[in-house]
Design a protein around this ligand. Structure first.
Ligand SMILES: Nc1ncnc2c1ncn2[C@@H]1O[C@H](COP(=O)(O)OP(=O)(O)OP(=O)(O)O)[C@@H](O)[C@H]1O
Length: 237
């Protein structure tokens, strides 16, 4: 579904991505972990077409999309959410989800179905700015899923959510899983990420250092040292 090959991106002197390669198959949920500034959001931007990369290529659904604009990637089936929620605050939940997309006919029946599926029907007429943070996140997810994307990129979806809201998000994540869809999840809540993904990657300073099963990442020395911490040491100190 997605093949990132040797992608590099620098901002001035900062090397945000350094020869990153990653392939994601249909049905996979891949977690991207790493400390602040590791390059996770930059990688999401590179796949969504929000930035131009310096080197490398991105292939999606069998076609090379390097250099293809973001709206065209979205039309072909790349959906994403943003670190900062981007709803129109003065529009209702329904209207936010029903917002027209390039190259797609508005299908209000589909909007209703998605709102229903994600437990948002009772919020449909509420203005986005009046929603709790957790519901805003779900609306963002619904807005992405209404066009039935083949690839969903979730950039820090748990930021600012409470425990109950995280549970709601987890339910939504299970719903959006499908054998035909790939999901890439970036978040700092490593225990959550490692509990829901089928595979996890660790990025540090623009490089992808690890790509493995959840247990491989949990038990890896490099992950503990650079990001996850060592529970034994923490308990001892
Ligand atoms: N638009 C930009 N202009 C300049 N530097 C940038 C820009 N975007 C990202 N960077 C830099 O690139 C590096 C990678 O940033 P990125 O946001 O991708 O990391 P991240 O892993 O998503 O971090 P976080 O977990 O804090 O969101 C950082 O050093 C960041 O300061």
């Amino acid at each position: 579904m997605l093949r990132i090959h040797e992608v590099s991106k620098s901002y001035g002197g900062v090397r945000a991505l350094s020869g990153v390669s990653l392939a994601v198959d249909p049905g996979e949920v891949v977690g991207l972990l790493g400390p602040n500034g590791a390059g996770k959001s930059t990688l999401i931007d590179a796949v969504a077409g929000a930035i131009d990369i310096d080197h490398g290529s991105v292939t999606f659904d069998g076609g090379d999309v390097t250099g293809v604009p973001a709206w065209e990637r979205a039309r072909r089936g790349v959906g994403r959410t943003f670190q900062r929620i981007r709803l129109v605050p003065t529009l209702s939940v329904f209207d936010n989800v029903a917002m027209p997309r390039p190259g797609r006919a508005r299908d209000l029946g589909r909007v209703r179905a998605v709102l229903d599926e994600y437990g948002l029907t009772r919020w449909a007429q509420v203005m986005a700015r009046d929603l709790p943070a957790g519901v805003q996140r779900l609306v963002e997810v619904a807005r992405v899923l209404v066009s039935d994307p083949k690839l969903v990129l979730l950039d820090e979806p748990l930021a600012g959510l409470g425990e109950h809201e995280i549970e709601l998000f987890e339910t939504a994540l299970h719903r959006m899983r499908s054998p035909l869809r790939s999901i890439v999840l970036v978040d700092h809540n490593a225990p959550f990420v490692l509990s829901v993904v089928t595979r996890a990657c660790l990025m540090v300073q623009g490089e992808l250092l690890l790509d493995g099963t959840r247990d491989e990442v949990r038990n890896s020395e490099v992950a503990r040292r650079s990001y996850l911490g060592n529970p034994a040491e923490e308990t001892a100190s």
